[in-house]
Design a protein around this ligand. Sequence first.
Ligand SMILES: Nc1ncnc2c1ncn2[C@@H]1O[C@H](COP(=O)(O)OP(=O)(O)OP(=O)(O)O)[C@@H](O)[C@H]1O
Length: 278
Amino acid sequence: MHTIDVRGLAKAYRGVPAVRNLDLAVPRGEIFALLGPNGAGKTTTVEILEGHRARDAGTVRVLGEDPARAGYAWRARLGIVLQTATDAAELTVAETVRHFARYYPNPREVDYVLDACGLTEKASARVRRLSGGQRRRLDVALGIIGKPELIFLDEPTTGFDPEARRQFWDLIRLLASDGTTIVLTTHYLEEAETLADRVAVIARGEIVAEGEPDTLGGRATAEATVRWTDANGVHTKQTGTPTALINQLSSGTEELAELTVSRPTLEDIYLELIGGRP
Ligand SMILES: Nc1ncnc2c1ncn2[C@@H]1O[C@H](COP(=O)(O)OP(=O)(O)OP(=O)(O)O)[C@@H](O)[C@H]1O
């Protein structure tokens, strides 16, 4: 059984479909990223999986239960990091994390979580004095304090500096290697590419592509662009067989300066997939 199993999920707001006939299966321990433009239906989908929103149609199983009916014990097995920052401004960082730990039957050590989220130095700081990125780290800390089996992260690294983002990715990988299942939404394609085992692209409430970041949308087998410079200037050529082209080009004696072979990036594929779709 998968950690998440969704068949035929549909949801409309006042008759306007936000999610249509969506299927999703996420196995235990996977890092799964949902990509899609603003308004594509990512948050609606995730909130239905979290049990925070009612669906119109479809079957949904999360950790073996239907989120629409599951109770407190099920909820304690989830970690949720929302887009909105926590609002416990007068407490310190450590107090806030300790406070949230009490909601869970089997929480992680507070010190471990502060360290993992890069907040040890800020443990005694009041929440209202944190920078935007530090507040976001606190949100993540609160999402993992309960030792969840499944974590939902909604745009988790928005506002992080590059180093904090890398530290966060290491933390997520560590959690996943321990068997924690991670579902994240992100607008950073680099984040999906480096972090996710699998990604799904949602546009207009439908999954338009799903797969490993390296092969999504035929990326690995798409035509390559070969670029080189010779006495006549810069040349570029699209080809399905770049090695043959390079062999042919290098049969002469002339040195080929700045020879590169590139495949479409994840961003190229993503933009093509969502092209014309809000
Ligand atoms: N409570 C609501 N009432 C009415 N319409 C809503 C509601 N929540 C979302 N929608 C609409 O449903 C569609 C999907 O929204 P959703 O928030 O799921 O998108 P998203 O992919 O998470 O976008 P973003 O990347 O901007 O967070 C949008 O057209 C949005 O306007």
